[in-house]
Design a protein around this ligand. Structure first.
Ligand code: GLN
Ligand code: ZN
Length: 755
């Protein structure tokens, strides 16, 4: 066996102990200088390079670091910075942060550029903004060159990794009738100049990432892609550099033929999420070209099973000269935490199944070396049963039938029954669930977790908070109340903590946006609820009022989407297991007198496949039923609500209706009214509460503003179906603005009732 080569697309860059996060926060508060922040960043980069060098990685990336996000870096690399930020006259780094966060201070007042989810991950990017003033040109001190030199000075040869022109232009926002095609020429020149500089500095390869090739592509997009690379490959070669084109998060079925005929020296394909990647190879792969084969999952946290990986590599070897196969990760390791070594509480028996970034690069070199001993150890690990199946869960799953997913009677009939039960006024008012998580609320949870107060003290405090929250809502005149969620830190972690089958890490942070990190729970085994979770709080809250209090749960799809899922069982089965557990909770709430139950599916849209053709078969066909499973068994008079954070669901509106909830509330205050049109056109039957004000800002909306929003809503939605509520939970808001805003919200609803 020849020794194979290895490559990494990107390494985590938040710092093993989130050093970048803490340093950035200090910098924003003016506690450290820009120089000190840059020093921290430099140490983080060197740490990653050193680890990869030690693991013997052949192609180590540079420029994968970012102070905020790599697409924003690319915007700065190409001077795509709207004038209003430049006019602030800040340092380059401060200008960069002004674009990411907004700026309010002595030099001006500008809002941040919008942020969007990066493909199908929970990582977000800042959307570059291209307008009439935009003139694409290479930045004077290009970040890729700086980082290449930095690594080289440390004795490490790296491959500068760039986001490609196609992806950059495809993800940017345009104004003034401009379009991607208008900027190709300048972008090509900038990349060619950069290649020249990198080559002069000593680089041998550059890697250009074009993940946008895994979307469905139109003819126009395909020709844009071809146009860019028909020129760029030659320009890069003219400098003496080799160039690889890296893709990830799926396969490139729409442009494979073009991609393989453009003269790249290397092509990176994803064999984890790219369902068709292997088939594509069968149609041919160019000779003397490296295939960067993404076979180690860059998104999940499980150890690789070497036997399976070798089998895939073997199949790839039927179409590609094995000498030309480079073993790599399926995407950047940015989406996994640093190292399992930082977990001091998890037992060894669990840790041995986990592989974070540092473990994954060792896997790459194990796979490359074909070391017999390592293979044996790995085989032994996978020979054991990792988890015992839970027989009661398995039995419940096997008994599921259509009836478990079908709520009866049908919606119209339920609506009549519920109308009689609740006797709510027209335009009923409610909130999404959480109330301000003030410092005392967090301190109470922390004290209980540390063991410095007793369970009874902890509960007593929460009961007091709930009582106050109910009293406040009654004073404000809201119609359907909530308990306030004071016992929860996070809507997913809370349920994960209280269900069997999840494990929790101590330090396994992954970046979500900027330096914000999340620590997703891990689905470890069969999920099961062994005892009621929320019933005590909901029953207590309900005892304090004659108005209905909503039980408040998180739905199975959201719990799954915000966790690291198992790989030994399908997502569908995991969603069903979680669905059954939450169903138990729903039925217990109902049994204990809770008449309205909200099951949040905040993240339902998040894992929608990147290709439209996969939406149903790969996702919605199990995700929507998983939600129905949770509530199908309730009585006709029990009202089921759900909540979704993003209003971008115009294109799956039929599926949202098919969740068969009685009421859905969602974020609509910041978006245009397109969704209302979709609601109208699709004859949407679920009652709707499009958020009438934005809770992401401390601003108090006036009564007139809310009335105005409601007028726009009832112009499109049957009045009978309209609820009035904020657009998301209030937990990040202060108490004063919350009370003021809700007061105006209730008054606006009252005004509408009088019209
Ligand atoms: N019920 C949750 C809350 O109000 C919903 C949070 C969310 O949608 N992200 O906080
Ligand atoms: Zn929300």
């Amino acid at each position: 066996m020849t020794l194979r080569k290895t490559s990494v697309i990107g390494f985590p860059r938040i710092g093993k102990n989130r050093e970048l996060k803490f340093a950035s926060e200090k910098f924003f508060k003016g506690e450290i200088s820009e120089e000190e922040l840059k020093k921290t960043a430099s140490a983080i980069r060197l740490y990653g390079w050193e680890k990869q060098r030690k693991a013997g990685i052949s192609f180590i990336p540079s420029n994968d670091f970012s102070f905020y996000d790599n697409l924003l870096d690319t915007a700065f690399l190409l001077s795509v910075i709207p004038d209003r930020y430049k006019q602030l006259n800040l340092s380059e780094l401060e200008t960069y942060f002004a674009v990411a966060h907004g700026y309010q201070g002595a030099k001006g007042d500008v809002r941040a550029l919008p942020m969007k989810k990066w493909f199908n991950t929970n990582y977000h990017y800042i959307v570059p903004s291209i307008d009439g003033q935009t003139k694409i040109q290479l930045a004077s001190n290009p970040k890729p060159l700086f980082e290449y030199n930095e690594a080289k000075a440390a004795g490490i040869q790296t491959v500068p990794s760039l986001i490609g022109i196609y992806t950059f232009l495809r993800l940017s926002n345009y104004s003034g009738g401009l379009k991607a095609e208008d900027f190709v020429e300048d972008a090509l020149n900038a990349y060619a100049q950069l290649a020249e500089q990198l080559r002069k500095a000593g680089a041998e390869w550059i890697s250009i990432a074009e993940p946008a090739l895994v979307f469905d592509m139109s003819e126009q997009e395909k020709s844009l892609f071809k146009k860019i690379y028909a020129t760029l490959v030659g320009k890069v070669h003219a400098t003496g550099l080799k160039v690889s084109l890296q893709t990830y998060f799926g396969d490139v079925r729409d442009v494979y033929a073009e991609l393989t005929s453009l003269g790249f020296d290397g092509i990176g394909l994803d064999f984890i999420e790219g369902k068709k990647s292997l088939d594509l190879l069968k149609s041919g792969f160019p000779k003397n070209t490296l295939l960067f084969a993404g076979v180690v999952n860059g998104k999940n946290i499980w150890r690789s099973e070497y036997e399976k990986k070798n089998a895939i590599l073997g199949k790839i070897g039927e179409y590609v000269d094995p000498q030309n196969i480079v073993i790599g990760t399926s995407c950047s390791l940015l989406h996994v935490p640093y190292t399992v070594d930082s977990e001091n509480i998890l037992s060894e028996s669990i840790k041995k199944y986990l592989a974070f970034a540092e473990e994954k690069i060792v896997e790459l070199s194990d796979l490359a070396s074909q070391d017999e001993e390592k293979r044996k150890q790995n085989k032994a690990l996978f020979g054991e049963e990792r988890v015992q199946k839970n027989s009661s869960v398995q039995q419940a799953l096997s008994k599921l039938s259509e009836a478990d997913f079908t709520r009866l009677p049908e919606r119209g009939e339920r609506k009549k029954i519920q109308k009689d039960v609740f006797k709510l006024p027209p335009y009923p008012t409610t909130t999404i669930g959480s109330f301000p998580q003030t410092a005392d609320v967090r301190a109470n949870r922390a004290a209980f977790k540390k063991g410095s107060i007793s369970a009874e003290q902890y509960k007593e405090f929460n009961r007091k908070k709930i009582s106050e929250c109910i009293a406040l809502q009654e004073r404000l005149g809201l119609d359907v109340l909530v308990h306030g969620e004071f016992e929860r830190n996070d809507m997913v972690e809370y349920f994960g903590n209280n269900l069997d089958g999840f494990i929790f890490t101590q330090n396994a942070w992954v970046q979500s946006y900027g330096t914000r990190c999340v620590k997703p729970p891990v689905v470890w085994g069969d999920v099961h609820r062994s005892a009621p979770i929320t019933v005590e709080w909901s029953v207590f809250a309900q005892s304090k009022t004659n108005k209905p209090v909503k039980g408040m749960l998180t739905g199975p799809v959201t719990i799954l989407n915000w966790s690291f899922p198992r790989e030994d069982v399908s997502l569908k089965e995991q969603a069903q297991q979680i669905g059954l557990a939450i169903r138990d909770e729903v039925l217990d709430l109902e049994k204990n007198g809770i008449k309205i139950i909200q099951i949040d599916e905040a993240a339902l849209r998040e894992k929608l496949p990147l290709r439209k053709s996969d939406w149903h078969s790969e996702y919605l066909d199990w995700a929507i039923p998983a939600f129905r499973l949770v509530h199908a068994k309730v009585k006709p008079e029990t009202q089921i609500h759900t909540h979704m954070c993003y209003s971008e669901f115009g294109d799956i509106i039929k599926d949202i209706d098919a969740m068969d909830a009685d009421v859905i509330t969602f974020e609509a205050s910041r978006s245009d009214l397109k969704l209302l049109d979709a609601i109208k056109e699709s004859n949407f039957r679920t009652q709707v509460g499009p958020g009438v004000y934005d809770i992401h800002s401390p601003r108090v909306p006036s009564v007139e503003e809310i009335v105005d929003a409601l007028h726009k809503i009832i112009a499109k939605v049957d009045k009978e179906n309209v609820w009035v509520n904020p657009d998301c939970g209030l937990k990040t808001r202060g108490e004063t603005e919350t009370t003021a805003s809700l007061k105006n919200l209730v008054e606006a609803a009252e005004r509408l009732r009088k019209e």
